[in-house]
Design a protein around this ligand. Structure first.
Ligand code: ZN
Ligand code: ZN
Length: 247
């Protein structure tokens, strides 16, 4: 009772706000009734490999998008929580460039919920790293922050400093899928590979665009002894819209 009264007082003095429009909301880490419907959660049917939503449900057990019918990744499967739309982009950029770390628990909760199956199949969570110069400039790696929140929510172990980005890659924006792949060549290394040896890894990032960053990271993890790699991102860009993750 005392606790409830205390919480009510605290809420009165410091009300919880919707991270998108700053409207007062009942609970911490939630959106207001106006903003909530603007988030497009990804639900089946989606591509079995890259997690892209598909137009129609398949009669077959396995279904792939047009792109994945001709292209495979180093990771087994990707799952993303929400589509990268104008609204979700604002949330992710507020976290990344606006330093609003208070948004991270909400985004992580969505990823933990929608990515439940890939989390359960994995031994270890690993974030896509930033190059140290970018980390120094920003002060944090959004993928690592999200990984910590997802790990704590799901009781999964995570390793924040084993996968490293050694190449300062230019922005991926405006590049073709092939150019993005080339851009990511030799960008990552694994420090202390014994920590990932034989493990099923879940690689975590904020946004998946073409999958070039996730693919290059997964490739290095496999080459360094990981048993397999799955990936989980908060946002998923529809193929015709150009944005980039982890920049
Ligand atoms: Zn709102
Ligand atoms: Zn696909």
């Amino acid at each position: 009772m005392k606790n409830t009264w205390g919480q009510a007082c605290l809420h009165f003095i410091f009300p919880s706000l919707c991270p998108l429009c700053r409207e007062v909301v009942d609970h911490e880490s939630t959106l207001c009734a106006t903003c909530w419907p603007k988030i497009e959660f990804i639900a089946p049917p989606y591509c079995d490999q890259c997690g892209l939503p598909l137009e129609t449900a398949s009669l077959h057990e396995k279904e792939k998008c047009l792109s994945c019918l001709h292209h495979s990744f180093s990771f087994i499967e990707n799952r993303s929580a929400i589509l990268y739309t104008h609204t979700s982009k604002k949330m992710i950029l507020d976290l990344k460039h606006g330093h609003k770390l208070s948004i991270a628990p909400l985004l992580a909760a969505w990823a933990a919920h929608r990515g439940k199956a890939v989390i359960q199949k994995s031994d270890l969570l690993v974030p896509v790293p930033l190059h140290w110069t970018r980390l120094l400039k920003r002060g944090f790696n959004q993928a690592a922050v999200l990984t910590q929140h997802i790990g704590k929510r799901t009781n999964k172990s995570y390793l924040l400093n084993t996968l490293k980005r050694i190449k300062k890659t230019p922005s991926q924006e405006g590049l073709t899928a092939h150019a993005r792949q080339k851009n990511m060549q030799h960008a990552f290394v694994v420090d202390k590979p014994e920590k990932i040896k034989g493990k099923s890894i879940l690689l975590i990032d904020d946004v998946m665009t073409t999958g070039a960053t996730l693919d290059a990271s997964a490739k290095v993890l496999i080459q360094s002894g990981a048993k397999c790699v799955r990936t989980l991102t908060i946002g998923r860009v529809r193929p015709h819209i150009k944005h980039e993750s982890n920049i």
